[in-house]
Design a protein around this ligand. Structure first.
Ligand code: SAH
Length: 343
């Protein structure tokens, strides 16, 4: 079995280079090719001799992904990709243009185990974790396809990033590396459905990234109905972890709250949410639910959403309504892969 060279951290690569009795400067050269340039083959490493490239390809392979389908929104230019991996699995990524640059939303797993009832990513179950190199490849392939440089990363695609902790950590280290894509931690967001022990593990890494929690309900009864993870890690435990996270890292935790009409968007839900978050430094991002064909959820009206948002604001909770991008291309996660009829 060959090793995925793109999933190695700089230090791990350096160890491999010394095992091959090669000089240290080779590590940097190879790392730059892999991570800054995003090359898909050793033959592209033109400042490295043919013999060495041959040697590398005997022990290693370079993980990558290719564009299977691509949809460009006519409304706002958002690009949604269906990427094919080396083993013919599919994942999705979305590239969005903001005033401050391009943001990519990447997947962390093929499918998902979490089983949230409103989400398309979980419809076909879980296939496997992505490697660090595969997570990063989504950025390389999108950059190369669009001829742009991506400055921000959100881990809100298919999968639960904290359920693939080690690969995600290696991905973060590499994407942040000065000889790699050099994307600042503050430009990276990890979204989780709330795996409490992993939040603490992340806290101990003390990274300057943004952690955002998919909350979607103000109490256990409601949350457990749509998010099975809540049975394992109830809301109060989750919020305690968030408070601890803030204390330890100084980074304010954000919350996502997907509004499903008649399920969690009532006035009483908004008031209960205020009560839950009142003693926290927080920010709530309200997301009108994206209707997934297989899921029986509907969006409220614009007025319903504004009303919910105003209740939060009037009670001192920071709230914004997420701008919908790529509405004409099904830009929310999981839907393309599912449409493709994956097992
Ligand atoms: N597993 C992680 C990250 C992936 S989902 C997490 O749970 O946070 C990214 C966000 O999209 C989550 O907040 C998720 O709850 C939300 N989401 C999933 N399906 C949705 C839908 N149909 N409409 C709106 N948001 C949805």
């Amino acid at each position: 079995m060959k090793t995925d060279i793109k999933s190695l951290t700089y230090e791990q690569l350096n160890n491999e280079i010394s095992k091959l009795s090669l000089p240290k400067f080779r590590t940097k050269q190879i790392f730059v090719w892999l991570h800054q340039q995003g090359v898909k083959s050793f033959d592209k490493m033109t400042n490295i001799s043919k013999e060495l490239r041959q040697k590398l390809s005997e022990s290693f392979y370079i993980s990558s992904c290719t564009v299977e389908d691509k949809y460009v929104s006519k409304i706002d230019g958002t690009v949604k990709y269906l990427f094919r991996l080396c083993d013919d699995e599919f994942i999705e990524s979305v590239v969005m243009k903001y005033k401050y640059g391009y943001t990519i939303c990447v997947s962390s797993q093929v499918g998902c185990k979490m089983g949230c009832t409103f989400c398309a990513s979980t419809l076909a179950g879980f296939q496997r974790d992505l490697t660090a190199g595969e997570i990063e490849s989504q950025i390389h392939t999108a950059q190369q396809d669009l001829g742009i440089r991506i400055s921000h990363v959100v881990m809100m695609g298919i999968g639960e990033p904290l359920d693939n902790f080690d690969e995600v950590m290696r991905f973060l280290e590499n994407v942040n590396h000065i000889d790699g894509l050099n994307i600042g931690m503050r430009n990276i967001t990890i979204s989780t459905c709330g795996i409490v022990p992993k939040i603490y593990e992340l806290m101990n890494k003390n990274l300057q990234l943004t952690l955002t929690i998919s909350l979607h309900a103000p109490n256990d009864e409601l949350r457990s109905k749509t998010m099975p993870v809540n049975n394992r890690y109830p809301i109060d435990e989750l919020l305690t972890a968030c408070r601890d996270y803030y204390k330890a890292t100084g980074r304010r935790v954000s919350f996502e709250y997907t509004l499903i009409h008649g399920v969690n968007d009532r006035k009483s839900d908004a008031l209960e949410l205020c009560e839950k978050l009142k003693d926290m430094q927080s920010h709530v991002n309200l997301i009108p639910v994206n209707t997934v064909l297989e899921r029986n959820n509907t969006q409220g009206t614009k007025e319903d959403i504004i009303k919910f948002s105003n209740i939060l604001k009037n009670n001192g909770i920071n709230a914004t309504i997420r701008r919908t991008l790529g509405a004409d291309i099904n830009a929310s996660c999981g839907q393309l892969r599912h449409k493709k009829g994956v097992k």
